[in-house]
Design a protein around this ligand. Structure first.
Ligand code: SIN
Length: 292
C-alpha cells in the first residue's frame, strides 16, 4: 500500500515498521490517517527521536480514541491517563511476561502509545508478536476448533503476586476481586477494522479455556503460548530516549525485557480504550420448523 505523507520502513514480514518524516506533536489529519492505516497493516509502529511533552503525548494518543486510566501503574501528575512505568533497584521490572494490555477488562485496549523517557545503558528492549500471523500459521482443523472456544482472563493472575508483596496487598486483592472480576473473551477474535483473525490468548492474563476440562485447557493453552513465541512472528525494539512505539493491542502481544535491573528505566504509556472483542462465529439462525 502506498503512503504519501509518511516514509514507512517495514522491519519484518509479519510485524513492525519504522515511520520517518513525521513530528508527532504537529500532525495534520491526512498524515494521521496514513499512520492509522500503517498501524493496521504493520501492527506496531516506531517513531524515533520524538521530543513529546506529556500534553503532546496525550494529543497524539487521543486521536486513536478515548484514553483510560490504568488500575496498577502510577498516574502521571497532572495527566492521569499517562501511566508512569518506572523500574529501578527498589521497583524491579514487572512487564517481562507476554501479554496484550488489559485483556482482563470487558473492553480491552485497542492501542497503546509508549514514550521512552529514561533508558538504561544496556537492556530494556521490548518485543512484540503478531497474533494474526500466529493464528494464520495454525492448521485449519485447529483453527476451526479454536473458533468455538472462549477463555477467561484474570487480572489477579497477573497482579495478585505483585500486590502480596505490598503492605496493603490483601486489601488490594480483595478490592480487585470485587471491582475487576475475571472476564471471558473468544479464543479467536475478528479484528474490527481489518477483519483478520487473531489468536486472543496470552500467558499473563488468560487463565483457562471455559469449555474444556482443566487438564485439557492447560495443555492447549501451553501449546498455544509456545506457538505464539515463534521468532517469525516477532519484532524487537532497542529503545533510545524519546522513541515512541504505538501498537495495535487487539492484534499483538508484547514483552518488556527485565534484563536492565537494577538500573533505572522510565516509560510513559497511554492506553486507548477499545470495544468488546468479537468472535468469528456468527449466530446461525435456528432451522425453520416444519409446521403441521
Ligand atoms: C507494557 O506496556 O507492558 C510495557 C512495555 C514496555 O515497558 O516496554
Amino acid at each position: 500500500m502506498n503512503y504519501e505523507h509518511i516514509a514507512l520502513k517495514p522491519r519484518t514480514a509479519a510485524i513492525g515498521a519504522d515511520v520517518e518524516g513525521v513530528d508527532l506533536e504537529h500532525l495534520d489529519d491526512i498524515t494521521f490517517a496514513e499512520i492509522r492505516r500503517a498501524l493496521h497493516e504493520h501492527l506496531v509502529l516506531f517513531f524515533r527521536g520524538q521530543r513529546l511533552t506529556p500534553a503532546g503525548h496525550m494529543a497524539f494518543a487521543g486521536r486513536f480514541g478515548r484514553m483510560e486510566i490504568h488500575e496498577v501503574f502510577r498516574p502521571h501528575e497532572g495527566h492521569p491517563e499517562i501511566s508512569v512505568l518506572e523500574h529501578d533497584a527498589e521497583h524491579p521490572p514487572i512487564s517481562d511476561s507476554w501479554h496484550s494490555d488489559v485483556t482482563y477488562r470487558p473492553e480491552p485496549a485497542l492501542a497503546s502509545v509508549l514514550h521512552a523517557r529514561h533508558i538504561p545503558p544496556i537492556g530494556g528492549d521490548t518485543l512484540w508478536l503478531s497474533a494474526v500471523a500466529a493464528y494464520e500459521a495454525l492448521s485449519p482443523a485447529l483453527q476451526e476448533f479454536l473458533c468455538t472456544l472462549t477463555a477467561e482472563h484474570d487480572f489477579l493472575q497477573a497482579y495478585g503476586g505483585y500486590f502480596l508483596k505490598q503492605a496493603d496487598g490483601p486489601a488490594r486483592i480483595e478490592r480487585a476481586r470485587r471491582e475487576t472480576p475475571p472476564v471471558t473473551h473468544p479464543v479467536v477474535i475478528e479484528h474490527p477494522v481489518t477483519g483478520r483473525r487473531v489468536l486472543y490468548v496470552n500467558p499473563t492474563f488468560t487463565a483457562r479455556i471455559v469449555e474444556l476440562a482443566p487438564a485439557e485447557s492447560r495443555a492447549l493453552l501451553d501449546m498455544l503460548f509456545a506457538h505464539l513465541l515463534k521468532p517469525e512472528f516477532q519484532v524487537r525494539l532497542q529503545w533510545q530516549v524519546d522513541d515512541v512505539a504505538v501498537w495495535d493491542n487487539r492484534a499483538t502481544q508484547h514483552y518488556a525485557t527485565g534484563d536492565y535491573y537494577p538500573a533505572l528505566r522510565r516509560m510513559h504509556r497511554i492506553t486507548v480504550g477499545g470495544d468488546r472483542p468479537r468472535g468469528v462465529l456468527r449466530e446461525t439462525p435456528a432451522p425453520a420448523r416444519a409446521v403441521g
